[in-house]
Design a binder for this molecule. Structure first.
Ligand SMILES: NC(=O)c1ccc[n+]([C@@H]2O[C@H](COP(=O)([O-])OP(=O)(O)OC[C@H]3O[C@@H](n4cnc5c(N)ncnc54)[C@H](OP(=O)(O)O)[C@@H]3O)[C@@H](O)[C@H]2O)c1
Length: 238
């Protein structure tokens, strides 16, 4: 692609920035010259050059409002909705608490955090500037598996939110991207399968690279979706 949209001098907000994919991403963005705002519930002890960490619970409207306010003040031009949790149980074992935890983080969190910045992105468009939203969903945002009811329901829903936002955002020059990783070696993965499998899984940095790819696409290019898997993972579409 020509005229790559450099990250130098750009301001990017990342949710779920304290570990796993989010931490790899804030490091990659800062290394390429972006000013980064990183949010997670526990940001104690975190220190990265070029990254300002702020306590954020994406499922809590007041916490999201404070984070969005910091984003606006910093002049954010891109938001990465990466915060997410998973619970893997057969349908009969899923509790209302499981449901609320997963849906509130993965779906409501994406809605609240994005919604709090839409007026800002619209104002940027009015000033002749485009903005971007990148949602880290999953390869299972379009298919499911035994034990995956709750998590995949949340990821299907997050994908739907992503698509609806893309339709709505066209009116104000918003480019929206869905990143759909397969198995990634993170803390999150600990809850799914044993450690032995992980050596061949995606690294958090691989997913960070995919996000950077979307964010650095030239202004006339919209990367709608990136689906990536570790080579060892069984081929599965969509
Ligand atoms: N690992 C995989 O195999 C895989 C595959 C496909 C997609 N994904 C997706 O990738 C994203 C990142 O996951 P990961 O694998 O990097 O998991 P991870 O290592 O467990 O990191 C999750 C991050 O989200 C934050 N978080 C959780 N709940 C939050 C909340 N309510 N508000 C704000 N931040 C919150 C966590 O920090 P705090 O706990 O301190 O808040 C942490 O920074 C998720 O959306 C996940 O669904 C993961």
């Amino acid at each position: 692609m020509t005229q790559q949209h450099s990250l130098q001098g750009r301001v990017v907000a990342v949710t779920g920035a304290s570990k796993g994919i989010g931490l790899a991403l804030v490091r990659a963005l800062a290394a390429q010259g972006a000013a980064v705002l990183g949010g997670a519930r526990d940001v104690s002890g975190l220190q990265e050059t070029g990254v300002t960490f702020q306590a954020l619970d994406v499922s809590d409207p007041a916490s999201v409002a404070a984070f969005a306010s910091a984003c606006r003040e910093a002049g954010v031009d891109a938001l990465v909705n990466n915060a997410g949790v998973g619970t893997f149980k057969p349908v009969q074992d899923i509790t209302p608490e499981d449901y609320r935890r997963v849906m509130d983080t993965n779906v409501l969190g994406t809605i609240l955090t994005t919604g709090a910045l839409v007026a800002h992105f619209q104002a940027r468009y009015g000033a002749g500037q485009g903005s971007q939203v990148v949602n880290v969903t999953s390869d299972v945002s379009g298919r499911t598996f035994a034990g995956g009811a709750l998590y995949t329901a949340s990821k299907f829903a997050q994908r739907a939110v992503t698509h609806a936002l893309a339709y709505e955002g066209q009116a104000y020059g918003l480019r929206v991207t869905e990143i759909r990783p397969g198995m990634v070696d993170t803390y999150f993965g600990d809850t799914q399968q044993g450690e032995a499998h992980k050596a061949a899984w995606l690294r958090p940095e691989d997913v960070a690279d995919a996000v950077v790819y979307a964010l650095t696409a030239p202004a006339h290019v919209r990367i709608d979706e990136v689906l990536l898997h570790p080579t060892v993972q069984e081929v599965a579409y969509p």
